[in-house]
Design a protein around this ligand. Structure first.
Ligand code: ZN
Length: 263
């Protein structure tokens, strides 16, 4: 799995450096994210974040190696196989915050449209918003990765900056070098990483501000969720099942528990 994030190495000035790094999903969970097991695949120099599709210049050499790994390579020697070993590897997950995930996979900004379903933002008072859940059956439809690829190729063959800009506004897609990987699904292989999703509260925000405040979930739904949750048997170190979600309590625990399970 690959992660891309930017950080500020200096105090008192804005200077963003990006890092693309990978974790090996075959490793056991408790050592998968240890510093010595992470692979730094690329550094994106500052001072500003690389914009839009220009990130492809950094991804292209990584994709070259992923293509080789997909077709199979031979390691000369490993700890268990002194005479060498044939291996294959695939990229199965892009795990970043929402803006980085959109950028690396060639989706339009998260302010404009959802990358998984057909929901598009409204534009009012010079701001985008995703209000309006009542016509859900019209847009709660999974996007098609084949169509995404087709649109990404069409974006690449646009012959001017303006035509590319218009194309993105209409179709919501740019070319990403990751699409060179034949197995890569730009819709399903993206998740919001647990740090942003759980610890910085995105899941909680969606649950509370959209599903509850916009009345997508009724009091009765919350009671049913509570009843289902009460049947969970979870390991002691994952915390407790919240007991009062219909009264708006315990969403942090819900997100932590669901996060652990979804991992
Ligand atoms: Zn959506």
């Amino acid at each position: 799995m690959i992660n891309l994030d930017w950080f500020q190495p200096y105090d008192g000035t804005f200077y963003s450096i990006g890092v693309i790094y990978a974790a090996v999903c075959n490793l056991p969970h408790d050592i998968r994210f240890k510093r010595e097991n992470l692979l730094v695949l690329g550094l994106l120099p500052g001072p500003n974040e690389v914009s839009l599709h220009k990130i492809n210049h950094y991804i292209a050499p990584i994709v070259n190696e992923l293509e080789l790994l997909w077709s199979g390579i031979t390691l000369n020697q490993t700890f268990e196989c002194q005479n060498g070993k044939n291996i294959r590897a695939a990229l199965v997950l892009i795990s970043c915050d929402i803006p980085a995930a959109r950028k690396i996979c060639g989706h339009i900004s998260a302010l404009v449209s959802c990358h998984r379903c057909m929901k598009r933002a409204n534009y009012e008072d010079h701001q985008h918003n995703f209000a309006g859940m009542e016509d859900m059956e019209n847009w709660f439809i999974t996007r098609d990765s084949t169509e995404h690829r087709r649109n990404a190729l069409a974006w690449r063959s646009c012959n001017s900056t303006n035509s590319r800009k218009n194309f993105v506004s209409e179709k919501g897609v740019r070319w990403s070098e990751l699409l060179r990987l034949p197995y890569f699904d730009p819709i399903r292989f993206i998740i919001v990483d647990p740090m942003h999703c759980l610890f910085l509260g995105i899941a909680r925000w969606i649950m509370k501000r959209i599903w509850i405040d916009e009345c997508v979930l009724t009091l009765n739904d919350l009671k049913q969720i509570q009843e289902k949750m009460n049947q969970f048997k979870i390991p002691a170190d994952l915390g407790q099942i919240p007991g009062n979600i219909e009264r708006g309590k315990g969403f942090r625990t819900i997100q932590l528990i669901s996060g652990e399970f979804s991992l």
